[in-house]
Write a new protein. Structure first.
Length: 647
């Protein structure tokens, strides 16, 4: 009875763990998906491709009780080709659009047009030559209409709140910008938020000086000094209280840096603070595995807001709640997503899949391998609930919100493909490859695409990963395995592997496979075999008589509907001693199973005469006459005879 009760409790615990994780995971994915609601209507703006953004100075006057904004955006850019106009993305609705009061360069008014394709086109006073820089100042005001809900006014506990959430193309809803995934603001930005003085304003980076109060308003200045994509620039305003922490390993090489949490007063409780107290531990774990937090000269932190899930605004993730998995995921984006950003929405798994795997590594390190196995099993069950799904998206798929932010593929398959790469390469090469990817000068604080991740993993490991990436990233489906293990003489087992696939795009998945052999009294012996063809057989050493077999006990491989059975014991010495090459001109090799000892080989001519005796299993035969010979091989397991041809 006690054993049954324990098993039931364990089963219930695992079920609850998995269900709670999935519910929370879906809320997070839903939030990121909702914030991208206009993607299908957005195309890369060809008119913004002829310049490189260097710096923004953003000055906004807002009130969390109103959708009105008064803004002055000063932008410095460098011409990539000779240009007479500069174009920014700025949403224009058909009724009550923004009023653009002035556009200036060097204090001189410029002509401009704001068209129905959401472009603010500015005529420069003269042609700006390739390589030269210019600065324009845009002043505007009006009510923000955000079809993407990128600029939201709401309330909490009766208090007004304003927040922004621009991923992927909502920044243009509230300020003139360039929001394609190809141009980060190289030198960062300064933002000045003026709001009623009773409120606290939040944005990326640090406050270089204290807020300035003038009359009923307060202006708060934040400076972010790192390259940043437009969709990651954010602000929030309400009656925040702060809860401060610090992170970093606390050494001269890795000093502490601040964590600033902006919380609603009604949420700034002991339980909230206790939930947030895991943040420094996660940061320290990530720094020990993936390298230093990329924005440690500024801060990390959270700002509470009213949308389910969270958003990884650089240095300050906007969060609705404080679960460890959500904290781990949004924090993880500061390595994969905010530091190195996917270079197209086809490569979105580089943001979401790798980050979701970081959250899994938190489970592994904080809760142990059993919980990590449950975490992986949950991912596998989701992935294999349907037969197809490619991780790297096609051009058409990259216009579909549900595909880009697919929980099953982008997040779950992306995270498990990362784990299978770790399993294939080993911890040292896998994590070294990721560190090299994150610190590549061409990628750090910039953009990356899938082949660049593959190159770094290949360079770290020395492995060719074309087959793996083709099968698991570019193509679709997963394998189902049939595993048979049989005792095969003293101290050996023979493992036979067959495979079917769920999708025709991949006829066969080549993978190292983990197999656990079972013996009497709870004995176990784990082996990994590299399966490259169907029907492949492996003879492995095992220190006991095999009584059972398990496939993938730790859930390291995406697969489904597998079978693992114990076959009848068999061993045929003649079949398992191999003579090669045959025919041969000058050398002969005798290959034996690892647990069989070679003793000697006696070679006879066609007349039955002994012509040579060999005491090693790799020897010259150039002295023999051409023709068929008989070789008598004596081993620790008996004697066999084979024929070979001397050329």
């Amino acid at each position: 009875m006690k054993k049954l009760a324990l098993l039931f409790a364990l089963s219930l615990s695992i079920s609850c763990f998995s269900q709670d994780h999935e519910d929370e995971h879906h809320k997070m994915v839903e939030a990121e998906m909702k914030s991208a609601s206009s993607l299908m209507n957005f195309k890369v703006n060809a008119n913004t491709q002829n310049y490189d953004i260097k710096y923004h100075k953003l000055e906004f006057t807002v009130n969390p009780s109103s959708t009105n904004i008064s803004g002055k955006v000063t932008t410095t850019f460098t011409a990539l080709s000779n240009m007479s106009t500069v174009t920014f993305d700025l949403y224009k609705r058909s009724t009550s659009p923004f009023t653009i009061t002035s556009v200036k360069k060097d204090g001189v008014n410029l002509t401009f047009s704001h068209n129905s394709t959401h472009e603010l086109a500015i005529t420069l006073p003269s042609v700006l030559a390739t390589g030269n820089s210019a600065t324009v100042e845009i002043t505007y005001n009006g009510g923000v209409y955000s079809p993407d809900q990128a600029f939201v006014v709401a309330s909490h506990n009766g208090t007004p709140i304003l927040w922004t959430l621009s991923e992927p193309f909502g920044a243009r809803d509230w300020w003139p910008c360039k929001q394609d995934l190809n141009d980060k603001v190289d030198n960062g930005f300064d933002i000045y938020i003026t709001a009623p003085s009773q409120y606290t304003s939040v944005s990326n980076g640090i406050e270089p000086e204290a807020p300035v109060v003038v009359g009923a308003n307060k202006t708060t200045h934040f400076r972010h000094s790192y390259p940043i994509a437009a969709y990651l620039i954010a602000m929030a305003v309400t009656n925040y209280q702060t809860y401060n922490q610090q992170a970093g390993l606390g050494t001269p090489e890795s000093p502490f840096f601040p964590i600033i949490n902006y919380l609603y007063p009604e949420s700034n409780t002991a339980s909230t603070q206790a939930a947030l107290d895991v943040t420094p531990d996660i940061i320290n774990l990530y720094e020990s595995i993936y390298g230093k937090y990329a924005f440690r000269n500024e801060k990390y932190g959270h700002a509470q807001f009213g949308w389910g899930g969270g958003m990884e605004h650089t240095t300050v993730s906007f969060m609705v709640g404080w679960s460890r998995s959500l904290i781990a995921h949004e924090l993880g984006h500061h390595w994969f997503g905010d530091n190195v950003t996917c270079g197209s929405w086809k490569d979105i798994w580089l943001n979401e899949g790798l980050t979701e795997y970081m959250a899994g590594v938190v489970v592994e390190n904080f809760d142990g391998n059993d919980s990590f196995t449950i975490w992986k099993d949950s991912k596998i069950n989701s992935i294999t609930s349907q037969p197809g799904g490619n991780l790297y998206l096609t051009d058409t798929q990259a216009t579909n919100i549900n595909t880009i932010f697919s929980s099953r593929i982008t997040y779950n398959k992306g995270s498990m493909v990362a784990h299978m790469l770790r399993f294939k390469l080993g911890d040292e090469y896998f994590f070294q490859g990721l560190n090299n990817y994150l610190n590549d000068p061409a990628l750090r604080y910039g953009y990356a695409v899938t082949p660049q991740l593959q190159n770094h993993l290949e360079n770290a490991s020395g492995m060719d990963l074309d087959e793996f990436f083709n099968d698991w990233v570019y193509m679709q489906g997963y394998p189902s395995y049939s595993i048979t293990a049989a005792n095969f003489g003293a101290g050996q087992a023979k493992i036979t592997i067959n495979q079917t696939t769920s999708h025709s795009s991949v006829p066969f998945f080549e993978m190292p496979l983990p197999i656990r052999l079972l013996g009497a009294g709870g004995q176990t012996h784990d082996v990994v075999v590299n399966n490259t063809v169907n029907g492949e057989e492996f003879v492995v050493s095992v220190p006991f008589t095999v009584t059972g077999v398990q496939f993938d006990p730790n859930k390291d491989i995406v697969s489904n509907s597998n079978t693992a059975t114990l076959g009848s014991s068999e061993f045929d010495l003649d079949q398992n001693v191999v003579l090669y090459p045959n025919p041969s001109k000058d050398r002969l090799n005798i290959q034996l199973p690892s647990n069989i000892q070679f003793e000697k080989a006696e070679i006879y001519n066609p007349l039955g005469q002994l012509v040579a005796t060999k005491t090693i299993n790799n020897f010259q035969i150039s002295e023999l006459a051409s023709g068929t010979h008989i070789i008598k091989i004596t081993t620790s397991e008996g004697v066999i005879h084979k024929n070979f041809i001397k050329k």
